[in-house]
Design a protein around this ligand. Structure first.
Ligand code: ADP
Length: 626
């Protein structure tokens, strides 16, 4: 995937460049077209304006040559009736023309007779006066003679001054007398153009620029002149043999409404001008009414080009930005799509998980119900077991009592016999009146019955079913009670008991009745093991080790063999002869101690004999009070 990335970037870059170029080019063309349309409208307005001002300027003089025909002296001068008389009028008419010329602000005013001779002129005073000149070849003269009016642009033959000639035929009673001519300076006409904002020019029917807002353009040609035309110019001396250079205008393209795109070559040296005079222009032309001339307005394209360029630049930048924006939007869309897909996948995984969890929960609840049933079953079984165990404990106790019964019977027989003797003696001493001996006997009887009560009390306590309640039990005291119950057996076996009890006496949390049952069982086993020995010895220990109280019962018998060691606490394991033991003693004892939260272990002492160790949790003083 990542290896495609640089290629993708390259393609995007190429696409961006193509888009930028295309949009730039298109916007440039559109902006240029719009600019050209604007320029065309402005150009037409200017054309209207310049045409109007030129027409007004020319119109001012149009009537002037005709008015000369109203002057009597003028008519008399041109009249052919009396040559002598008319010659006398020349100075008068000259003066009149001079005056009129001054007032009208024209270049010159003169009269030509029907033969083409200038008979009177406003410039009669000057050495180069027109008077006497032959002007029959001038087109305006011929036109006026033929049509009544003649208009002509040309350069003066005498002074080489360019001007506009307005000629009118003068008649008297339908007789042609001659032609009155007014020459208007072109500068006069150009005056109205001083404020133009763009180059403008007037070309005559030959394509020669006769009026121009740019000085250098005057007397240049807009199109190449044919040789025939040049020869005609020589005859009419229209341009007074001036060199008519081409302006250097080249047509580039035709546009709508007669507009053209043209270019004008740079003229050297550069002309100082308020507007550009070289480069590409929009040229708009219109014929000037009443003249054979054409007015042309040139609007420079630089402004349009500049605007089109800047618009194109803006469009290129916008295109680039839009492209980037598009890319970003696309990236974002893809990112969102990915995220949506991921979320969907996650949702699916979640649904799947939930389904599985539901399944498992259903399984679990089934298992749970099953387990609960099993637990209830176990509890029930345990209760049954506990009841059986209690029964067993009781049975064990009764067995012990059975074992003890011989000793107890012996124990009771002795005081009973003594009671019998003492009471018999007592009667006899009472008869003798020996009251002191009777008192002594009675006191002895009381002592004996107390002792008998003690023995039967202990037996009753032992045989009683345990409450199952745990209490603080002083351990040495429990040892003593157990020894008291076994007293007869110990005496009978001639056994020595060594008891080690520290002070303060350790106190453990247990059931005194059951603990004594365990101790009696252990001491009983010890006596059994040492049966037949001349001086059996039992060592009883009691001590506190950390949080535990430890009670030990050690004998000096044969100890435990391997079979006994491995099956010691198993129910019904016994090595004793039938009637000797049930093999339940140690099993029940271990169970009782486990109930107290303790342990019972049996091993061989390194110096011989069996050693049974009993460990149960200690109770500290503060706990005892609670
Ligand atoms: P019982 O006394 O009814 O046999 P116990 O559970 O008390 O049942 O004892 C199981 C067996 O463990 C005895 O039969 C005996 O073999 C052995 N045993 C118990 N205590 C001692 C001991 N102090 N010395 C040697 N063997 C013993």
């Amino acid at each position: 995937m990542s290896s495609h990335r640089p290629l993708r970037y390259l393609l995007l870059l190429i696409l961006l460049i193509i888009l930028m170029v295309m949009s730039g080019f298109a916007s440039y063309r559109i902006a240029q077209q719009l600019g050209l349309a604007d320029l065309q409208t402005t150009g037409l307005h200017r054309l209207d304006l310049y045409t109007a001002s030129l027409e007004r300027e020319i119109g001012k003089y149009a009537f002037l040559p005709g008015t000369l025909g109203l002057e009597r002296d003028v008519l008399a001068l041109l009249g052919k009736s009396n040559h002598e008389k008319s010659l006398k009028l020349v100075p008068q008419v000259n003066a009149y023309l001079e005056q009129l010329n001054e007032r009208a602000g024209t270049l010159s005013i003169y009269l030509i007779d029907t033969n083409g001779h200038v008979v009177a002129s406003s410039n009669w005073r000057r050495a180069d006066s027109f008077v006497g000149e032959e002007l029959a070849f001038r087109p305006y003269f011929r036109e006026a003679m033929e049509n009544g009016h003649g208009r002509f642009f040309g350069i003066g033959t005498t002074r080489g001054e360019p001007g506009y000639y307005l000629a009118s035929k003068l008649t008297d009673d339908n007789e042609t007398l001659g032609v009155a001519v007014i020459k208007v300076s072109l500068e006069q006409l150009e005056k109205s153009w001083t404020t133009v904002e763009t180059p403008a020019m007037v070309s005559d029917e030959n394509g020669v620029v006769i009026l121009g807002s740019v000085a250098n353009w005057k007397f240049t040609t807009l199109r190449p002149l044919e040789e025939k035309t040049r020869t005609a110019f020589d005859q009419t001396q229209q341009y007074n043999r001036r060199a008519l250079k081409p302006l250097g205008l080249k047509e580039l393209r035709e546009l709508d409404h007669g507009a053209r795109l043209v270019s004008i070559a740079k003229d050297t040296p550069e002309i100082a001008s308020v507007y550009p005079v070289a480069g590409r222009f929009l040229a708009q032309s219109r014929p000037l009414p009443g003249t054979p001339w054409t007015l042309t307005v040139l609007s420079h394209l630089k402004q349009v080009d500049d605007i089109a360029q800047s618009r194109a630049a803006v469009v290129v930048v916008i295109t680039a930005l839009l492209f980037m924006f598009g890319l970003m939007a696309n990236d974002r869309r893809r990112h969102l799509k990915d995220r949506l897909a991921a979320r969907e996948a996650l949702q699916q995984a979640h649904d799947e998980l939930e389904r599985k969890v539901n399944e498992r929960t259903a399984d679990l609840s089934a298992t749970n119900t099953q387990l609960q049933e099993e637990i209830t079953e176990r509890i029930r079984a345990e209760r049954t077991l506990r009841a059986a165990q209690d029964e067993l404990v009781q049975a064990g106790k009764l067995a012990v009592i059975g074992q003890l019964s011989t000793g107890i019977a012996h124990e009771l027989n002795q005081p009973l016999a003594a009671l019998r003797t003492l009471s018999g003696n007592g009667v006899r001493f009472l008869d003798r009146g020996d009251l002191n001996t009777v008192r002594t006997n009675l006191e002895r009887i009381a002592q004996l019955t107390d002792r008998m009560g003690l023995i039967t009390g202990q037996l009753r306590t032992f045989a009683r079913k345990s409450s199952g309640q745990l209490q603080a039990v002083p351990l040495c005291n429990a040892l003593d009670n157990s020894l008291a119950l076994l007293e007869q057996r110990l005496i009978h076996a001639n056994a020595e008991v060594r008891r080690y009890c520290p002070l303060p006496e350790p106190v453990a949390l247990c059931d005194v009745n059951r603990l004594e049952q365990v101790l009696i069982n252990l001491i009983g086993n010890a006596l059994d093991a040492m049966e037949g020995q001349p001086s059996p010895l039992i060592e009883l220990g009691c001590e506190s080790i950390g949080e535990q109280a430890r009670l030990t019962v050690r004998d000096h018998g044969p100890g435990l063999d391997d079979t006994a060691l491995s099956h010691l606490f198993e129910a019904f394991f016994t090595t004793k002869q039938a009637g000797g033991g049930l093999g339940l003693g140690l099993t029940i004892s271990a169970d009782i101690i486990r109930d107290f939260g303790g342990t019972l272990t049996g091993t061989n002492h390194p110096e011989g004999g069996a050693l049974f160790t009993l460990e149960i949790p200690l109770i500290h003083e503060a706990e005892q009070h609670e």
